[in-house]
Design a protein around this ligand. Structure first.
Ligand code: SF4
Ligand code: SF4
Length: 476
């Protein structure tokens, strides 16, 4: 039987879930160590239950660890995230497994058996004293993942200064020894005998009652939108690269600089570069575009406005141009932030950008201006492409392994987008953060806490909550 609420939504008068008796194992698996996985882990662990937090990379923190400020309040991202990361590292109820991946899930809700592959760090974190001599002497370099490729790191390294665990690791793919069979310098210079280049990966099996999936998103690669020149022209940046450029811990110590040539003639971002006099920020790159992704990535308008503000703050005389299709400032305080940016003198142009071209040492933006009803051109020194969010490459594999559903794009799907937006179709498995779809930090955190609440409910009651997929409720 259905009724009608005052928002014009048909709803079922009966409950949309039931409880199944199960001997619920009180251990919980959280997959993914970004802000959503961190939040979910802390919620469950702080209630007194064991959490296994499995993270693919060498540290927790995810994309948020790369951000400078958060919108709309301009809080320091690290000041919010780092204490939570430290808490995860120190919480006796959280077993943190970095460089690890879930390979198999068997069993039933309440009693899952999970196989986890643990890649070796090739550094014994129990004995490493963190002296850094290995990194200093290592001859091999690779683009820094943490700086989104705009700086280099060594093959033996700590991902970033606040990494948790704050321990070194060897990247096999960039290590000279693994490529040529010669080197092992790090092993020779390590005063603690902690480098273990011959260590092998291992596998363990754990038992858990519930699983929270927080595997996050992949940033759209702007090189796919060839018309914007990313990867071909200097000073065309992806958003995470700009986040690192304006961050005090980035390669220019937070100064906004254009690329310059180093002693070997290589183009790099460094404090020696010139400041741009004009910057263009192009919205919706890879989003709301049938060539790439139909969906709106929900965060790009706001982080673009944040970038405009930070440029004006650091370079008050710089001209900043925002090219947008629609301004989606939908969250709490977002519209007010948009109005504030307009008052700061940013040129806000409504229209789709067609192309970025080289124009001597500068970059030419070819765009439409819908409100003025004409095509326009603008030369600038730097371009930031506000690329959207996509499901991770292996999102479909994760869905298959967990036996949960995903949509045609690859986002994991909730059983009901209104009454159970954090619940997968498989009882005992819950969704948190951007693995389910694009969302900002507050929404990711809220969803993670909601998922943790249902997990705690099941541990406390010894029952698994089974949601009924709602086929009758219809948004009008
Ligand atoms: S063995 Fe690899 S990690 Fe160690 S110093 Fe040589 S290149 Fe660097
Ligand atoms: S040299 Fe050895 S003890 Fe020092 S940071 Fe490297 S692995 Fe750790």
């Amino acid at each position: 039987m259905t009724g009608n609420n005052n928002r014009g939504v048909l709803f079922k008068e009966h409950s949309d879930y039931q409880f199944i008796d199960a001997k619920v194992n009180s251990n919980t698996l959280v997959i993914g160590g970004g802000i959503a996985g961190i939040q979910a882990s802390l919620e469950v662990a702080n209630a007194g239950y064991q959490v296994y937090l499995v993270e693919k990379s060498g540290t927790i923190g995810g994309h948020m660890a790369m951000f400078d400020k958060t919108f709309p309040t301009l809080d320091c991202a690290a000041c919010i995230l780092t204490p939570k990361m430290v808490e995860v590292g120190q919480n006796p109820n959280i077993k943190l497994m970095t460089l690890s991946e879930v390979k198999e899930v068997r069993g039933a809700p309440g009693n899952f058996k999970v196989k986890i592959e643990m890649k070796t760090r090739r550094v014994d974190i129990a004995t490493c004293i963190g002296c850094g001599i290995c990194t200093e002497k290592c001859p091999a370099r690779a683009p820094s993942e943490f700086d989104a490729g705009i700086s280099q790191r060594k093959a033996i390294y700590i991902p970033f200064p606040q990494a948790v665990p704050n321990k070194y690791l060897v990247d096999k793919d960039s290590c000279t020894y693994f490529k040529t069979g010669k080197c092992r310098v790090c092993e020779k210079v390590c005063p603690a005998g902690s480098v273990k280049l011959d260590d092998k990966d291992s596998e363990i099996e754990i038992e858990v009652g519930n699983i929270i999936v927080a595997t996050g998103f992949k940033p759209f690669d702007p090189a796919r939108a060839e018309q914007f020149g990313y990867g071909r022209y200097k000073n065309v940046l992806a958003p995470l690269q700009f986040e690192r450029l304006i961050n005090a811990s980035g390669p220019t110590a937070g100064q906004i600089k254009m690329q310059t040539q180093d002693k070997k003639g290589k183009w790099v971002y460094s404090t020696d570069g010139n400041e741009p006099e004009s910057v263009a920020i192009i919205h919706c790159v890879g989003s709301r575009d049938h060539n790439y992704n139909k969906h709106c990535s929900r965060v790009c308008c706001m982080y673009s406005l944040k970038f405009a503000h930070l440029i004006k703050e650091k370079l008050p005389n710089a001209e900043v141009f925002e090219y947008y299709i629609d301004m989606r400032a939908f969250g709490k305080g977002y519209e007010e932030f948009y109005q504030r940016i307009k008052e700061e003198g940013v040129h806000i142009i409504r229209g789709r950008t067609a192309k970025v071209e080289e124009a001597g040492n500068r970059l030419k933006i070819r765009s439409e201006d819908i409100l003025a009803g004409k095509l326009i051109e603008q030369n600038v020194d730097m371009v930031i492409l506000s690329a959207g969010l996509e499901p991770r490459e292996n999102a479909k594999n994760i869905a298959g392994m967990l036996d949960v559903s995903s949509d045609e794009t690859g986002w994991l799907t909730e059983v009901n987008d209104k009454s159970a937006p954090f619940v997968s179709n498989r009882p005992g498995i819950y969704l948190a953060g951007t693995c389910q779809g694009p969302k900002d930090i507050p929404d990711s955190v809220a969803q993670a806490s909601a998922a943790a609440a249902v997990v705690l409910q099941s541990i406390g009651s010894g029952k698994i909550k089974k949601y009924v997929a709602d086929t009758t409720a219809t948004s009008l």
